[in-house]
Ligand binder design. Structure first.
Ligand code: PEP
Ligand code: MG
Length: 324
């Protein structure tokens, strides 16, 4: 019942055998903040900075951005807030920055846009670093990275911003920096990417779309958008192992993290953090509090041997029903 879920708020997300798996939230609007704190979120795994950009008629100035980001960081401090640099293109268009393409999901989106327009990237990162002054709960995350040179270029711009704001009196250290793994190429380069940054975070919405070649917004092929497709699960498993191999944190911030059945698998795969919409958080916490981590490892092994997404889904459902 709702009351049972509410009483979970102040309880830790901990398995029966005492393993802690922090649950973070995805935010964009200020309204998400209240809801997230009400549900007991331990951090923000994805703050979609394009949301405030979408609510305006022109690009917000560096100072306007600084205020927006400061509000977000203050609301959650001392909990970490992962701010993703502007992720426009694909299905997200700014009215004052139109992009016309035949294949927008394979086109100019995410980091590709901001590396071509460093002035957008620089003012955004400077605003983030200034907003972080004295709070130190910022993390920066880069969307749609598909090769290491994009990452190296973005990192050098971030370092430059940090030197600049330090000269302007900002005392905060360089924040943790991470890469989203949401393009199949990034799955296979996960180790090389992880070596260069502090954390990886899987964007399972785009990763599923690109692995399965299924438009995430096209209802005609929605049946083929299968989050438990063995290829998706293998990719998720591989990314977690790669990050751990480099001693780096690995999280997931796509919708999949908010599915209690998936959460049990992600626990077994070794994900360090699950980030989801605030509304999913109580149900995921309830599921994780009902399982054993050691047993979930056995379940994962069994699941990874199955060859069909529907069979995987059925097996997960029966495993969780047994646990109530
Ligand atoms: C994702 O792709 O899974 C993701 C978290 O980013 P977005 O949904 O904003 O593309
Ligand atoms: Mg994405």
């Amino acid at each position: 019942t709702n009351r049972d879920l509410e009483s979970l708020r102040d309880k830790p997300c901990e398995t029966l055998d005492g393993f802690r798996l922090p649950l973070w939230v995805n935010t964009g609007l200020m309204a998400d903040v209240t809801r997230s704190l009400e549900q007991g979120a331990e951090g923000v795994g994805l703050y979609r900075t394009e949301v405030p950009f979408l609510l305006r008629e022109r690009f917000p100035s560096e100072e306007e951005q600084r205020q927006i980001y400061r509000n977000q960081l203050e609301a959650f401090a001392p909990r970490p807030v992962t701010m993703r640099t502007l992720d426009v293109g694909g299905d997200k268009a700014l009215p004052y920055f139109p992009i016309e393409e035949d294949n927008p999901f394979l086109g100019w989106r995410g980091i590709r846009v901001t590396l071509d327009h460093p002035e957008i990237f620089l003012s955004q990162v400077r605003a983030m670093l200034k907003a972080n002054d004295g709070l130190d709960n910022l993390r920066i995350m880069l969307p749609m990275v598909s090769n290491v040179s994009e990452l190296d270029e973005a990192l050098s711009l971030i370092h430059r911003c940090h030197r600049e704001v330090q000269q302007e009196g900002v005392s905060s250290a360089l924040p943790p920096i991470g890469v989203m793994v949401e393009v199949p190429a990034a799955v296979y380069q996960a180790r090389a990417l992880a070596r260069r940054v502090d954390f990886l975070s899987v964007g399972s919405n785009d990763l599923t779309q690109y692995l399965l070649a299924v438009d995430r917004n096209n209802s005609r092929v929605a049946d083929l958008y299968h989050s438990f497709h063995p290829a998706v699960l293998q990719a998720l498993h591989h990314v977690a192992a790669a990050a751990r191999g480099e001693g780096k944190q690995v999280s997931i911030c796509g919708e999949l993290a908010g599915d209690p059945l998936a959460a049990v698998l992600l626990l077994a795969m070794g994900y360090d953090v699950l980030s989801m919409n605030a509304t999913s958080l109580p149900r995921v916490k309830k599921a994780l509090r009902s399982v054993n981590r050691t047993e979930s490892a056995a379940l994962l092994e069994e699941i990874m041997a199955l060859e069909d997404g529907n069979a995987i889904h059925r097996r997960l459902e029966s495993a969780l029903v047994q646990r109530g």
